[in-house]
Design a protein around this ligand. Structure first.
Ligand SMILES: *[C@@H]1O[C@H](CO)[C@@H](O)[C@H](O)[C@H]1NC(C)=O
Length: 372
């Protein structure tokens, strides 16, 4: 799949300028005379106030992310949003010092636009306990674990300007379970879910999976059980819109679900299910993700209102992390905003306090053991 087709704003982050802004350390400034260094010197000379240099940063942002605005009014409006996001990034940095916050590909979106266009988890209450995962032993869990090291995770994908996060979380979980059942890693189709899955949450009237307008992973698992499975990504490629008809071809099913269950809020149970069953579909509050550039996100305050669906692929004890991470144990989260966002498309969030609700909606799946 060509990610750049899904999201035209996909380009490199302004990591260097953000890093320098927030650390404001003169020693990082290199003497190379590239464009970036000019930018860095200007920022540093302003003594850590990115907002003073907003116009310059906006120009770089527009260039780096290939942003195109319809007219002068739109340009002016986006600049004002950008400035307010610089202030927000600064607030996030204060609230979340173990991560780096700054300019991202979403810096010209208002919080409402961000929620509407790049998230897509239907607002929900605590999941119904219809299928509860059995309690697993937790005494022999490894200190660090990452399914990427075991070949169970496909490349980072990009949902584009479509609230279809739930479909990526769903395919990610089934891709992992299918790998465990068959030994083969097959990238699965989000578009099938976006086009064909209209499953409704039995616990809440009117809460149905609806393409770019959001959905729920558990409903999508229910659909996948009923449909018989998901096609390959390459046979049913992602378009980033939900205006097309359902083109599901049952004869091309590449992976089938055996069952899915909800994991309890207990972090050891989450880790045990992850290690035993493969990557887990999780809900999260994404407010800090709009400005996230890297590091372990561990905000002092974060809403537990879940608005984004992602994939939990591993965890770290933090013991071998750079000193500035202060050995914070963290979860490793695969996101669906392309490889240029965050840490090569991934997010690290600290473990231990149900930060941003990351422990509160966790699903584990098993795949049918057949070789399609
Ligand atoms: C789910 O399916 C797998 C594979 O068929 C099976 O081993 C496991 O016991 C099932 N889990 C639950 C909770 O039903």
């Amino acid at each position: 799949m060509d990610h750049s087709n899904c999201f035209r704003f996909l380009l490199l982050l302004l990591i260097s300028s953000s890093l320098i802004f927030f650390s404001a350390t003169a020693s990082i400034v290199s003497s190379d005379a590239s464009d970036n260094d000019l930018l860095i010197r200007q920022v540093v000379s302003d003594h850590d106030d990115l907002t003073l240099n907003a116009e310059h940063h906006f120009t770089s942002f527009v260039k780096k992310f290939g942003k195109k605005y319809a007219d002068q009014d739109e340009h002016a409006f986006r600049f004002s949003v950008f400035k307010s996001n610089l202030r927000r990034a600064k607030r996030h940095q204060t609230l979340d010092p173990s991560a780096v916050h700054g300019v991202t590909q979403f810096s010209d979106l208002t919080p409402t636009e961000f929620r509407k266009t790049v998230l897509g988890l239907r607002p929900l209450k605590f999941p119904s306990d219809a299928h509860k995962a059995p309690i697993l032993p937790t005494n022999d869990l490894p200190a660090d674990f990452d399914w990427r090291d075991h070949g169970a995770v496909t490349a980072v994908k990009n949902q584009g300007s479509c609230g279809s996060c739930w479909s990526f979380s769903t395919t990610g979980a089934l891709e992992g379970a299918n790998f465990l059942a068959t030994g083969k890693l097959v990238s699965l189709s989000e578009q099938q879910l976006v086009d064909c899955d209209h499953e409704c949450d039995p616990a809440e009237a009117g809460a149905c999976d609806s393409g770019c307008n959001g959905g729920l992973m558990n409903s999508a698992f229910e659909y996948t059980l009923k449909a018989g499975g998901l096609q390959r990504e390459e046979d049913y490629p992602y378009t980033g819109t939900d205006r097309g008809p359902c083109k599901f071809d049952k004869s091309k099913i590449a992976a089938s679900l055996a069952n899915f269950s909800v994991v309890s809020l207990d972090e050891d149970q989450i880790a045990a299910n992850l290690v035993k069953n493969g990557p887990l579909a999780v809900g999260i509050n994404a407010v800090f993700m709009q400005t996230y550039v890297g590091g372990v996100s561990c905000p002092y305050i974060c809403s537990k209102r879940l608005d984004h669906g992602v994939l939990l692929v591993g965890y770290g004890s933090g013991a071998y992390s750079p000193i500035r991470l202060k050995e914070k144990p963290f979860w490793i989260i695969k996101n669906s905003w392309g490889p240029s966002w965050g840490e090569n498309g991934y997010y690290k969030i600290c473990r231990g306090r149900d930060i941003c609700g990351v422990d509160s909606m966790v699903s584990t799946v098993a795949a049918v053991h057949v070789n399609h």
